[in-house]
Design a protein around this ligand. Structure first.
Ligand SMILES: Nc1ncnc2c1ncn2[C@@H]1O[C@H](COP(=O)(O)OP(=O)(O)OP(=O)(O)O)[C@@H](O)[C@H]1O
Length: 680
């Protein structure tokens, strides 16, 4: 099966997957394969880039050694002469050979440009990662400073800093370094933000890995390629900028000289003796081109669009504007001590017309060792609920709850997470994400990613943690676990990656596994294996399971209890073995009726739920499902029904629930006014 991929970040290549899920091309997120480099090197772009760069570097290394004497030799008999057999590019006002001076100036020009680039990249990197490391407020302040700095043209900034740091080589290096830093910082911030939302980073955060470690181990390796490419291209720009400053007399000072200074000297006699200005000018262009083409060639080899088109994942937010009434709901009780207890959970995001609240006062409870399924159409708030519980809702999203307790510890937003809370989450809560391809850091070996959790939270040494990782992989039936632990994620098939993800969750001592659409990206056979594995883990280790799925069949087969979500709330909750026969909410019944059965009449179109799901910013007054409900009456459009217990273990939010007969396959299409068996 071809594994489907979400849009990749600038730090990753689009991998081609084979039947077994392994890559036919390069390692995901890792360096490009040798063939790819060789291919680029043989292309006209690669040839030119390599040739030019080699020439520039050789000149920089050997030019001063070979020709310093000839470049410094004064010939008073040949002042300001044009090109001749003796002096190919003529002489300057002291009779020195311009051609050799240009060759010798290569070292200083390139070295200073590289120095300024290193300074700019280092400063930009620090500013770029700062928002991810600092708290929300300080992070925002850094972002604002970078945004303001980026708004100024680079040259203007360079001139400003040149004045601040003073005339001379050192001042020019600082000026150009700091002038290029904001652009690089902005790029880093964007790349960090694009990777921070990826599943493997979330997994590391759920596992309690600290911010700095997440950044250095999981984020930076995945954005290194575009950063290196842009730094290479940036070196070309720095060279130009440095020549500009020296040309203006703000950079390199006599008796030293770089191309900018030579250009300035040659310019005085441009009308009588143009070669003296053209030669250093051409050198600047050629060296700049060498860096730019090298950057482009590297980008081509690793498959990254350069500054002309950084690839980013689509925005996560899709919320619409509008009101978001928040109503608390009572939590369900499975009758056992709850592992997770949530009441009145609200998740909000700022919208163009005020905040929108995709999760509007949700309540749920999961008992020890219990399996609870959450179903609902796309956009009903299932994933946000999981993220909110795990503390993974990112700014500007806000999580608010009347109660949000995990193993008796409050996780409410605003209540500062202590080290103990982080430890609790890291060892006792496991997340399994939808896309097994994105759930692991592509640049780290699977075993290392697993053992990191044991080192971090169980205080195990490297060897012990690795042994535990191998043992866990074996437990989730990864064949040849020892060998597999040393492999990278791209070497695993989709099903194996998902099992490895479950093994990752088992590295601590989880009390709850939250699995968000864990089988959506897998084929039916592998899906069954993964669900069986979750079930086995749950019963063997007494781990509770919160399984999120849009597939009511999957939930009914795997879980003991089902919560049906619509428009950010639970609208019905019942034991899954009674789903087919006792569901009473029209939405639940419609969801069930849309599932094709063996007896489904293939000549008839597959049933669908009429209308469109509610967008978070436009929740209608009254019952949110009323506009799509065949049984809706006047009251449904005005009064919002609360979740009430209809019988033990069964809760429902509906003014006119169905009597609870077995769901008919075409039920959601029927006219409620002619429905036999009726509603109260
Ligand atoms: N970062 C965000 N900013 C704004 N709105 C968001 C954000 N994340 C999610 N939403 C909105 O919240 C609503 C619920 O999203 P959520 O991902 O929880 O839905 P879901 O039920 O899990 O759907 P799916 O099955 O498609 O994943 C959606 O309408 C979505 O547009």
């Amino acid at each position: 099966m071809a594994v489907e991929h979400r849009t990749r970040t600038a730090g990753e290549k689009e991998p081609r997957t084979r039947e077994d899920g392994s890559r036919s091309g390069t390692r995901d997120g890792g360096p490009a394969g040798g063939g790819q480099w060789f291919g680029v090197l043989r292309s006209p772009l690669g040839c030119c880039a390599a040739g030019l760069l080699l020439a520039v570097l050789l000149l920089a290394a050997f030019g001063p050694l070979l020709w310093s004497g000839r470049a410094a030799a004064v010939d008073t008999g040949r002042l300001l002469q044009g090109p001749s057999g003796h002096h190919w590019m003529g002489t300057d006002n002291l009779g020195r050979d311009v051609f050799f001076r240009v060759l010798v100036a290569t070292r200083l020009s390139v070295a200073l440009a590289l120095l300024a680039t290193v300074l700019g990249v280092a400063t930009g990197l620090v500013l770029g990662v700062a928002p991810a490391l600092l708290g929300r407020r300080a992070g925002r302040a850094v972002t604002a400073v970078v945004n303001i700095a980026v708004a100024f043209p680079g040259l203007l900034l360079a001139l400003f800093f040149a004045v601040v740091f003073g005339v001379g080589t050192q001042g020019a290096v600082l000026a150009i370094g700091f002038a290029t830093a904001p652009g690089f910082a902005r790029l880093t911030q964007t790349l960090v933000a694009s990777v921070s939302e990826r599943d493997f980073v979330c997994a590391a955060r759920v596992a309690g890995v600290g911010r700095l470690r997440v950044l250095t181990r999981h984020v930076l390796p995945n954005i290194a390629e575009p950063l290196i490419v842009n730094a290479t291209i940036g070196a070309g720009s720095a060279l130009l900028a440095f020549s500009g400053l020296s040309f203006l007399g703000l950079g390199v000072q006599a008796p030293s000289y770089d191309w900018g200074r030579l250009l300035g000297e040659g310019l005085t006699g441009i009308y009588t003796h143009p070669a003296a200005a053209l030669a250093p000018g051409a050198a600047v262009v050629i060296a700049g081109l060498a860096f730019n083409l090298t950057g482009e060639a590297v980008a081509k080899a690793v498959g990254i669009p350069t500054a002309h088109g950084i690839r980013l994942p689509p925005p996560v937010g899709k919320a619409a504007a509008g009101k978001a009434p928040v109503e608390p709901e009572a939590a369900a009780g499975p009758g056992t001590e709850p592992v997770l207890s949530v009441e009145g959970l609200r998740v909000s995001f700022p919208g163009p017309h005020g905040p929108v609240t995709p999760v509007r006062g949700l309540g749920l409870s999961v008992g020890r060792g219990e399996s609870v399924g959450v179903v609902g159409e796309s956009g009903s708030g299932k994933s946000l609920t999981a993220l909110a519980v795990s503390g993974l809702v990112e700014h500007p999203g806000t999580v608010d709850a009347d109660r949000l307790e995990f193993l008796g510890t409050s996780l409410r937003d605003g209540e500062k997470k202590t080290a103990a809370t982080r430890q609790l989450l890291g060892t006792s809560l496991a997340m399994v994400f939808q896309d097994p391809m994105t759930s692991f850091n592509p640049t780290m070996r699977i075993g290392r990613q697993l053992s990191e959790v044991a080192e971090q939270h169980l205080g195990m040494n490297r060897r012990g943690a690795w042994a535990r990782a191998v043992e866990r992989l074996r437990e989730v039936r990864i064949p040849a676990a020892e060998r597999r632990a040393a492999q990278y994620p791209h070497e695993f098939s989709g099903g194996m990656r998902q099992r490895a993800m479950i093994a990752l969750g088992l590295m601590g001592r989880p009390a709850l596994i939250i699995a968000d659409e864990p089988t959506t990206a897998l084929d039916v056979t592998v899906q069954r294996q993964v669900l069986r594995l979750l079930e086995r883990v749950r019963t063997a280790d007494g781990v509770a399971l919160l399984l999120i799925s849009h597939d009511i069949n999957v939930v009914a087969q795997t879980c003991e209890r089902v919560l049906v979500m619509y428009a950010g709330r639970v609208v019905e909750e019942l034991p899954s073995d009674r789903l087919l026969t006792a569901a009473r909410h029209p939405y639940t019944r419609a969801l069930i009726a849309t599932v094709p059965h063996m007896e489904s009449d293939l000549d008839r179109p597959l049933p669908v739920i009429p209308g469109r799901p509610v967008t978070p910013g436009q929740v209608p007054s009254g019952c949110a499902f009323a506009p799509r409900c065949p049984a809706a009456r006047d009251r449904c459009h005005t009064d919002d029904p609360r979740l009430r217990v209809s019988e033990p273990g069964h809760r429902i939010a509906c003014w006119y629930p169905h009597t609870g007969a077995t769901v008919r396959p075409d039920e959601q299409l029927s006219d409620p006014t002619t429905e036999a068996g009726g509603r109260p």
